[in-house]
Design a protein around this ligand. Structure first.
Ligand code: PLP
Length: 365
């Protein structure tokens, strides 16, 4: 059996370090926010070349609170990709604002900048590019459009820890960057976690208050805030894993390079990597017009694959209220019919890679 992602193998590799870190927190007697969390925030900000990191309870909260800090509210519109995970849209809805979908480039899977401008109205406040599957969106084009229309850019980097755009790490390229540390992400906690990074000191200060009951000083509440804080135990785990992130990302890069070479003349459509992009391959997503049959045949060979994502947000019952026709976003719909995520992760072996490749080639025979 080849698992889609082997989290247990990851844990085995760093078991002793994790145990020491967790024990240190338990012994400290301080479990929410505090020094361990502040230290993680400093280390993660430095990793991202960002001036500030504000940790929160999960990735959805990171997106939601970032929008709140930028005063997004009822009646506002926010541009989102039509093919993202639903959390990107939900953050907008939680503010009382309306998500306005824009189609992706089917080769990179990321929002198509050429289509963004025509989606902008006088209500638009923010553009949310998503660095989907671990590859940076085309930030320069998006920032130029945002500049022309006086909009802010919040990038959803939940799948892109360590990814680079034009050699620069994601994290302070847009106005604010939102992160998730859900266990299966490239940098994942042993539970939920999230963060926002930014170079904007005013937004950082507002976010520190918003995540903690709107409070900057204990029992003094400046705004109507939320409770969205990171546990010290998760911060300690993340500090250990951050030290392994680059090594683990480079193993993903090696697996992806193997897939790209070995599957180059298969019937599959492979992901395109623009020259300015250094992806961290959170997922390795191929396209096939025969996707469901391929998935079944790989399962029969003991290979676990997943679909990211089978139903785009505009076709979810949760978004029926927007009144968007099912066929309104044909590229997102086509992606949902054709995409297949192959196994990838730092603990996948060359032997496993060879088995996936040969099984895919067998399917074409
Ligand atoms: C995982 C993910 C999120 C949400 O993160 P959670 O920590 O699960 O709330 C948001 N956006 C994208 C693109 C994601 O992959």
């Amino acid at each position: 059996m080849i698992p889609f992602l082997d989290l247990q193998a990851a844990h085995q590799e760093i078991r002793a370090e994790i145990s020491d870190a967790v024990a240190r927190v338990i012994d400290s007697g301080w479990y929410v926010l505090g020094d361990e969390v502040a230290t993680f925030e400093e280390e993660y900000a430095a990793f991202c070349n960002a001036s500030h990191c504000i940790s929160v309870a999960n990735g959805l909260d990171a997106l939601h609170l970032a929008l709140r800090a930028m005063n997004v509210g009822i009646g506002d519109e926010v541009i989102v990709p039509s093919n993202t995970y639903i959390a990107t849209w939900l953050a907008v809805s939680q503010c009382g604002a309306t998500p306005v979908p824009v189609e992706p480039d089917p080769q990179t899977f990321n929002i198509n900048p050429a289509l963004v401008e025509s989606a902008i109205t006088y209500r638009t406040k923010v553009i949310i590019p998503v660095h989907l599957y671990g590859q940076s969106a085309d930030m320069h084009s998006i920032l130029q459009i945002a500049g022309r229309h006086n909009l802010r850019v919040l990038d959803d980097a939940a799948q892109a820890h360590g990814a680079r755009y034009k050699g620069l790490r994601i994290g302070a390229i847009g106005d604010v960057t939102a992160w998730s540390f859900y266990p299966g992400k490239n940098l994942g906690a042993l539970g939920d976690g999230g963060a926002i990074t930014t170079n904007n000191a005013t937004l950082a200060d507002e976010l520190r208050a918003l995540r903690n009951y709107g409070s900057r000083k204990k029992y003094i509440n400046d705004t109507l805030g939320w409770n969205s804080r990171l546990d010290a135990i998760q911060a300690a785990v993340l500090r250990v894993k951050l030290r392994h992130l680059e090594g683990w990302n480079s193993r993903r890069v090696a697996i992806a390079a193997g897939y790209l070479t070995e599957l180059a003349d298969s019937a599959l459509t492979l992901p395109l990597v623009p020259s300015w992009s250094d992806p961290v391959w959170h997922l390795f997503v191929v396209r096939s017009s025969n996707r469901d049959a391929l998935q079944q045949r790989l399962a029969a060979s003991g290979i676990d694959t997943l679909i990211h994502y089978p139903v785009p947000p505009h076709r979810q019952k949760a978004y029926a209220g927007l009144g968007i026709e099912n066929d309104a976003f044909p590229v997102a719909n086509q992606m949902s019919d054709e995409v297949l995520s192959l196994p990838i992760g730092p603990h996948m072996t060359e032997h496993q890679l060879a088995h996936v490749v040969s099984s895919i080639k067998d399917c074409a025979r």
